[in-house]
Design a protein around this ligand. Structure first.
Ligand code: FAD
Length: 612
């Protein structure tokens, strides 16, 4: 009895209805029958099977590209077969590696449902979670005379999920966001693209939904796709308007157009729970008494006289500010908060015509399949290389890899100051633009920062800023991005005046990008590009354009915190979470971190008893 998981079930592209079909097709049922050695596929009851993952695999070593499925089998439904048929199943000798019949926990609902259900549950269950934490099980809401007051600073994925959990448990939550609500933020981003006006607090990094709103909205994560915590986040996103397909798709993706209404629904739910949301409210300082945070000092980020240096008192402050809030790191140092530099990655964003990537990746696909519009996903890639990176004193092994690949997307400006220039990628749900872009980045660490004479806890931030300022100078100002074709970058020469087209809307200018970085970083990138071309022949192309510079890949620092309580180890009452605190890298992991911090803080505040 119970559920079995059947994995790596392959259905060829020609037999599959296509990427948008997420149910059971005949060919899949036949593959299931083969795997469980069931003689007559058509006698299998379809209701016994649920597709829980569908990915497209176009790797070259295969004869024909396939869709690869993971299916959940409800054995109790198979048991309803008439006894003679069942005899076959009892003799099951599964093909090794394809069946996992360990009992596993199913996530029955979204986060809100789970909190509600678990209030009466008696035992903690799952041990799969993020880091050392399991998903909360036996929680009991504790009635409190007065609601504890919590400030959540930042409305990115980590802040939103922390606020959601805390509010569901009955805290009096205020969420403060320096940027604007998505409606106004959309207008600000429009003004940036059309009129080159950069609002310092409402842009591609700052505003409702955080850095991931005007993004590709990829929901892939390296923290365990099947963990209950990730599943709970995904189901919560579905509750707020994401399509069900994100629960099944092997590479789930939302796109900016879907993220915006989702965030509006999220906001509305928080408000219904009583969360007070203050947009255009920038936290400038922490109020500290007796070595404990007791509140925040805020100002109106648009200086429209609404707020003027207000001091607001709270029982706890969740700091979910992302890694572009460099002013916050500086402010934390004034309170002697420990900040530890950490490795991250820098590089360039490469853009190819999407058709070129399609032809590289799908060269094995027949014209007929390719013509069947929309049957296979628009092609992407993921490449990695390991390089011996020398700088003046140290030899280190560094990785060079593609990152945040946006098929059918566009290159966007993620600067938060006019003097600093950096880029990233976004897309809409249909991924229908004619370009494919991706970061190509190299890991950097303390030795690299010191090679430019940057020391101390914020050495990585200084290193980022230096590269961004150099990029702004190379572009010549006005947010024009410096570019170089891939062959010219390899040959260290300026690209000719006729450049291949770019999706970047504020203009590009030919520049010597090979001079942007310390030479060992340029060499690592050059070395890796040659390797990438072996893996993806045609990657080095005159139509491949490198854009400078990609610096904000992940946080350059970490703020140490207690692993159980999530409280900052160097300042009581402060809860650093998400990417800016160095505990996440991406939308889903940031959301999971915020969610667990919410649980930990709710417990510290006495809002529930039970196990985590
Ligand atoms: P953030 O999302 O950065 O949110 C922090 C919030 O805090 C911001 O809204 C900011 O305005 C606010 N804030 C900062 N300082 C203050 C202050 N002093 N007072 C008040 N508010 C403040 N990740 C993926 O997984 N998939 C993708 O496809 C993807 N694409 C991306 C595309 C782009 C263009 C960018 C920039 C990022 C992308 N990312 C993507 C990364 C992802 O957005 C981040 O990893 C994620 O948003 C981090 O979440 P967070 O909550 O920790 O911080």
């Amino acid at each position: 009895d119970g559920f079995w998981r059947l994995s790596k079930l392959q259905v060829s592209v020609s037999d599959d209805p296509g990427k948008d079909f997420l149910g059971l097709c005949d060919a899949l049922l036949q593959e299931i029958a083969k795997v469980i050695k069931f003689p007559v596929a058509s006698m299998l009851p379809p209701e016994a099977f649920t597709v829980i993952r569908k990915s497209f695999d176009a790797r070259k070593m295969q004869k024909e590209p396939t869709f690869v499925y993971t299916v959940e089998m409800d054995v109790s439904k198979l048991l309803r077969l008439e006894p003679r048929t069942w005899d076959f199943i009892c003799e099951l000798e599964p093909r090794t590696g394809l069946i996992d019949h360990m009992p596993y926990e199913r996530v029955s609902g979204d986060l809100i449902g789970i909190i509600n259900d678990s209030r009466n549950a008696s035992e903690a269950t799952d041990s799969v979670g993020s880091g050392n934490h399991s998903f909360p099980g036996g929680l009991h809401k504790v009635p409190t005379a007065e609601k504890p007051k919590v400030a959540v600073v930042g409305s990115g994925p980590s802040g939103l999920f922390a606020a959601l959990v805390l509010a569901e448990f009955g805290a009096d939550v205020t969420m403060m966001e320096r940027g604007q609500a998505v409606e106004q933020r959309g207008r600000d981003i429009g003004a940036l693209i059309v009129r080159r006006i950069l609002q310092l607090d409402s842009n591609f990094c700052f505003g409702e939904g955080g850095a991931g709103t005007w993004s590709d909205g990829k929901l892939v994560t390296r923290i365990g796709r099947n963990s209950r915590s990730v599943q709970a986040v995904m189901k919560t996103l579905v509750r707020f308007g994401a399509p069900d397909s994100i629960l099944v798709d092997g590479k789930p993706h939302l796109g900016t157009d879907r993220l915006i209404p989702l965030l509006r629904n999220f906001r509305q739910h928080l408000q219904e729970l009583g969360v007070s949301i203050r947009f255009g409210t920038r936290v400038d300082d922490l109020l500290v008494e007796n070595e404990r945070v007791v509140g925040v000092n805020v100002s109106d980020s648009r200086e429209s006289l609404l707020l003027d240096n207000q001091n607001l008192k709270y029982d706890a402050v969740v700091l979910a500010v992302g890694h572009s809030a460099r002013d916050i790191y500086q402010m934390l140092l004034t309170h002697e908060v420990d900040i530890v530099p950490k490795d991250f990655s820098v590089g360039l964003r490469v853009e190819h015509p999407q058709e070129l990537i399609n032809s590289i990746q799908y060269s094995e696909l027949s014209d007929e399949v390719l013509k069947g519009r929309g049957k296979v996903p628009v092609a992407d890639y993921k490449i990695v290389d390991y390089v011996d990176g020398n700088n003046s004193s140290v030899t280190t092994k560094r990785s060079c890899y593609s990152f945040c690949m946006c098929p059918g997307g566009q290159v966007v400006l993620t600067s938060t100051k006019p003097s600093e220039l950096c880029v990233n990628g976004m897309s809409f749900s249909r991924r229908s633009s004619k370009w494919a872009n991706s970061a190509l980045v190299v890991t950097v660490s303390a030795e690299d920062f010191s090679s430019l004479n940057f020391q101390g806890p914020l050495a990585g931030v200084d290193f980022q800023r230096e590269l961004e300022q150099r990029a702004a100078l190379l572009g010549g100002g006005n947010f024009v991005v410096p570019v170089q074709t891939v062959p010219d970058f390899l040959e260290k020469k300026l690209s000719a005046s006729t450049l291949p087209s770019s999706s970047y809307r504020l203009g590009v200018k030919a520049a010597n990008l090979h001079e942007l970085f310390p030479s060992h970083i340029t060499e690592a990138l050059q070395h890796s590009i040659l390797k990438f071309d072996q893996e993806l022949p045609g990657f080095i192309s005159n139509n491949a354009l490198l854009h400078g510079v990609e610096t904000r890949t992940s946080s350059p620092v970490q703020i140490p915190r207690n692993v159980e309580t999530y409280e900052c180890t160097s300042l009581k009452g402060l809860y650093p979470v998400g990417e800016g605190a160095g505990y996440a890298g991406g939308i889903v992991s940031a959301a999971v971190d915020g969610m667990f911090a919410g649980f930990a803080l709710a417990k510290s505040l006495g809002l529930y008893q039970g196990s985590m």
